[in-house]
Design a protein around this ligand. Structure first.
Ligand SMILES: Cc1ncc(COP(=O)(O)O)c(C=O)c1O
Length: 456
C-alpha cells in the first residue's frame, strides 16, 4: 500500500477550504493535509486515488471498519423512515437496550442515550451531582485523563488539550503513568505509590462524591495501569462511598479486548459512558448505570433528553454495530490481533532509541517518541515526521503531540495488519534516519511485507 505525498486535487481543495475554515484542527489534520473521499473496511481512499490502511479507525470509532455493510443497511433503512421524534421510543432503541444488557456487567442495566462523548460525560456528572449527599460537592479525576471539551467535562481535565485547562471543582489524583512516573519510581518496587496517594486523597477529602476516570487513559497516549493500581483505588472509592464513573467513551465496545476495559482491572463501575466504537463513528453515546442511580428523582425530570440524544439514526448505527460485534465474536479477535500488534511493537521498540515506550491493550496502542532514551524528552517533531512518512507510505495513524496511537478496526485481516505494521516500521526508520539517528538492524522476519502501488 504505497500512497505517496498528497496529490494535486487534495492540495487544491485544501487551499479552497482554507478561505473559510477556522484554524484549530487536530495535529492529524495539520500534519496530514489529506482529503479522504471514501472508506471501505480498513482502507481509506483520498481524493487523488491513493489508498491507506486506517490504523486510526477514523478517530478510534470504526471498530467494524469504514462503511460496514450491515451498519450501512441499518442506517439506510432508518434514513428512509424516521430521523427525529425527540426521545420517543423507536423499535431499534428497545433492541439496543437488550444488546447493551447482554454486553455490560449486570449492575449496569439502565441506559440513557446522547450524541457525543462530552455530552454523555456531562450527563454522568448530572447524575453524580443529583445523587451526592449534602456537602459532597466535589468530583475526583486523574491527571492525564481526558473527558471532552464542554465545560463540565473540561473541569475534569488537568492538561492543556483542546484549550487551556480550567480545573474548576475537580480533585486531582495520580494516574499510573509509569513511563513518566511523577514520583520518579519504578514498578513494581514503587509498591504502587501513585495509587496509595490517590487512596490517601480520597480518605482525606470526604466531600468527593465520585471519581471519573478512564480505566486505560486513551488521549494521553494509551496509559495502561500496572496490576494492582485499580484494585487499590477502586476499593478505596467503595469504602469511602465514592461513585466509580468509568469514562469508556474510547475504550468501551471491545477495543481493549473486553466490552469494558474496566472489567479487565476488576473495577465494578456505578456509571459508564460509551460512545466512539459503539456507534461506528455515528454520533451516538450511552450512559449506562445502576438502576437506583438513573432514576427520575436522582437525575431530575428530562435530565436524559437532548435534541439529538438517542436520535433514531444513531441508535440504528449502534444497534447494528453491537449486533455484528457480538455475532462475529469480534472481541475475541481483538485479543488475538492485539497480541500480534504488541509483539511487533516490541520489536520496533528494540530497534529505535527514539521510541521511548510502546504500550497497549487489545487493539489500542501508543508509541511515545523521545529525543533519547536516557532523557526521555518528548519529541513531537519526530512523531509528526513518522506520522507524515506513514501517510506517504499508505498508512494512517493517530497523532497527538509526541505520541502516535494505533487502533485498527477489529475486522482487519491479518495480512493487512502485518502490512500496516511493516509500513509503520518503515515510517519510523525514514523519520529517524532523517534526524541523523541510526536504527538497529531488525531481527530477521519470515514474512516479507507486501507493497502495492497507488490506486488508479
Ligand atoms: C475518554 C473520552 N471521554 C470523552 C471524550 C469526548 O468525546 P467527544 O469528542 O465525542 O466529545 C473523548 C474523546 O476523545 C474521550 O476519549
Amino acid at each position: 500500500m504505497t500512497a505517496g505525498p498528497a496529490g494535486p486535487r487534495q492540495a487544491a481543495l485544501l487551499a479552497h477550504e482554507a478561505e473559510h475554515l477556522a484554524p484549530g484542527g487536530s495535529d492529524e489534520a495539520v500534519h496530514g493535509r489529506r482529503v479522504f473521499a471514501e472508506g471501505k473496511g480498513s482502507i481509506l481512499t483520498d481524493l487523488d486515488g491513493h489508498q491507506y490502511i486506517d490504523f486510526g479507525s477514523g478517530t478510534l470509532t470504526q471498530s467494524l471498519g469504514h462503511c460496514h455493510p450491515e451498519v450501512v443497511a441499518s442506517l439506510t433503512r432508518q434514513a428512509a423512515r424516521l430521523w427525529n421524534v425527540h426521545d420517543a421510543a423507536t423499535p431499534d432503541r428497545a433492541d439496543l437496550g437488550d444488546l447493551l444488557a447482554r454486553a455490560l456487567p449486570p449492575q449496569l442495566d439502565t441506559y440513557a442515550y446522547f450524541s457525543t462523548g462530552a455530552e454523555v460525560v456531562e450527563a454522568a456528572l448530572r447524575v453524580v451531582q443529583a445523587a451526592a449527599e449534602p456537602g459532597r460537592n466535589r468530583v475526583g479525576a486523574l491527571r492525564h485523563g481526558f473527558h471532552g471539551k464542554t465545560a463540565g467535562a473540561r473541569m475534569l481535565v488537568h492538561w492543556d488539550i483542546g484549550h487551556q485547562s480550567f480545573a474548576g471543582n475537580s480533585v486531582l489524583g495520580y494516574s499510573p503513568y509509569c513511563y513518566r512516573c511523577p514520583l520518579e519510581l519504578t514498578y513494581p518496587s514503587c509498591e504502587l505509590s501513585c495509587a496509595k496517594l490517590v487512596v490517601k486523597h480520597i480518605a482525606a477529602k470526604p466531600n468527593v462524591s465520585a471519581l471519573v476516570f478512564e480505566p486505560v487513559l486513551g488521549a494521553a497516549g494509551v496509559i495502561v495501569p500496572p496490576p494492582g493500581y485499580w484494585e487499590l483505588v477502586a476499593d478505596a472509592c467503595r469504602r469511602g462511598g465514592v461513585l466509580l464513573v468509568a469514562d469508556e467513551v474510547l475504550t468501551g465496545g471491545g477495543r481493549t479486548g473486553s466490552f469494558l476495559a474496566s472489567t479487565q482491572f476488576g473495577i465494578t463501575p456505578d456509571l459508564v459512558t460509551l460512545a466512539k466504537g459503539v456507534g461506528s463513528g455515528f454520533p451516538v453515546s450511552v450512559l449506562a448505570g445502576r438502576r437506583d442511580l438513573m432514576t427520575e428523582e436522582v437525575a431530575g425530570q428530562a435530565s436524559f433528553t437532548t435534541t439529538n440524544g438517542g436520535n433514531p439514526l444513531g441508535i440504528s448505527a449502534a444497534r447494528a454495530t453491537l449486533e455484528v460485534v457480538a455475532r462475529d465474536d469480534l472481541i475475541d479477535r481483538v485479543r488475538v490481533l492485539g497480541a500480534r500488534v504488541s509483539e511487533r511493537l516490541a520489536e520496533l521498540h528494540a530497534r529505535f532509541d527514539q521510541l521511548g515506550d510502546v504500550r497497549g491493550l487489545g487493539l489500542l496502542h501508543g508509541l511515545e517518541f523521545v529525543q533519547d532514551r536516557a532523557g526521555r524528552a518528548p519529541a513531537p517533531e519526530l512523531a509528526a515526521a513518522v506520522y507524515r512518512a506513514a501517510l506517504d507510505l499508505g498508512l494512517r495513524t493517530c497523532l497527538g503531540g509526541h505520541i502516535l496511537r494505533i487502533g485498527p478496526p477489529f475486522t482487519i485481516d491479518e495480512t493487512l495488519l502485518d502490512e500496516g505494521l511493516s509500513l509503520l516500521e518503515q515510517a519510523v526508520e525514514t523519520a529517524v534516519r532523517a534526524t541523523g539517528g541510526t536504527p538497529r538492524t531488525p531481527a530477521p522476519r519470515t514474512s516479507a511485507a507486501r507493497t502495492t502501488g497507488p490506486a488508479a
